[in-house]
Write a protein that binds this ligand. Sequence first.
Ligand code: GLN
Length: 448
Amino acid sequence: VDACLERIEATEPSVRALITVMADEARGAAEALDARGPDPAKPLWGVPVVLKDLLTTRGTRTTCGSKILDNFTPFYDATAVTRLREAGAVLIGKANMDEFAMGSSTENSAYFRTANPWDADRVPGGSSGGSGASVAAGQCFAALGTDTGGSIRLPASFCGIVGVKPTYGRVSRYGLIAYGSSLDQIGPMTRSVEDAARVLQAIAGHDPRDSTSVNAPVPDYLAGLGRESLDGVTIGLPREYWGEGIDPEVATACRAAVARAEALGAKTVPLSLSLTDYAIATYYIIAMAEASSNLSRFDGVRFGHRSQGAEELIDMYTASRTEGFGDEVQRRIIMGTYVLSSGYYDAYYNKAAKVRRLLRQDFDAALAQCDLIAGPVCPTTAFRIGAKADPIQMYLMDIFTISLNLAGLPGMSLPVGLGADSGMPVGLQLMGRPFEEAAMLSVADCLE
Ligand code: GLN
């Protein structure tokens, strides 16, 4: 813990990954653990962990990267946080993020921009960019992120670390401040596959406080690690993920990783995820609709920022939300309200819900032909700060990540080397069958 706190002090001036450093709490927790001695019942005993700042932490400020929650100190822990504490982890900081997890670069934070530790002129990815940068900069041994449409996998890919988005329902969302409730999942971001397996082990499992958490046994995620070959594993390569529009340096690094898998004994099969072209439109309709509904609770009365000086109640709501929410969040609330409004609901929201079902069927058919699907996480490596000023250009970064959230399936980013042109990390995405994270982790570990 002391080493991580020193590392935070040394790297924060340039990286700026953390909104809150929990130095005193972390030292106190570490001393308490030390006093009782190592405990085999606590598999993360003494491990310093960073949390994305949308996971509620009892007594520690939780901002969601937004001014509207600038003064919000929750009085309860998210279930994933409770489970980390029970496993012996030491919480050391709360990570910067795009406001309400809306973005792909962490540039939408209301607080500050986070730099990519590999190159300070580039973004760390988003929306869990603070979590990714913190792990990559060596400030902690693991971070939790959330993935609604790629927000664990994208920053993991851009920062050269491992990031796992579990199956929808695998990890409790209790205490995760919601963006798109039918898409959000919490997952680990770490420097190795084994570390990711250990953290997932600690946080996964049923929680009566989240009715969408699945009541099914949690397998041993470490049991399948350490295999020497990929004999008997079939990897599907969707043509839509390996075709045009991908930077050559990304395609080259990902192809080399697939060739390595083949050399280790894996079989590859070409297949098609034919609805990929519709994924961005479908995702942004559903995510914005859910966001507009979820964010209605921030009214200046129950949580966070309240505008001073408004005379009527309605004016107070309007002024609090106008002052508290940033541009991207306001844009999404407006669009989400529009697609849910009567007269447009059938044309947009309902249509998107139907395409979502077809996307899942597409994945089910693909995963009947293979054990795992592989492709790039993103068409490019980490881009330069300010390079995607147009929101549509930013949304296009999500082309390969968002289908998985719409389908509810597990996926991960595995670092597979540096791009030959940019010198920045490239992530290979592996996508698996529902609740088969163990199989995915075991293949990733062998490839690592
Ligand atoms: N780029 C996606 C969005 O802005 C990322 C969402 C996420 O996974 N939190 O909606």
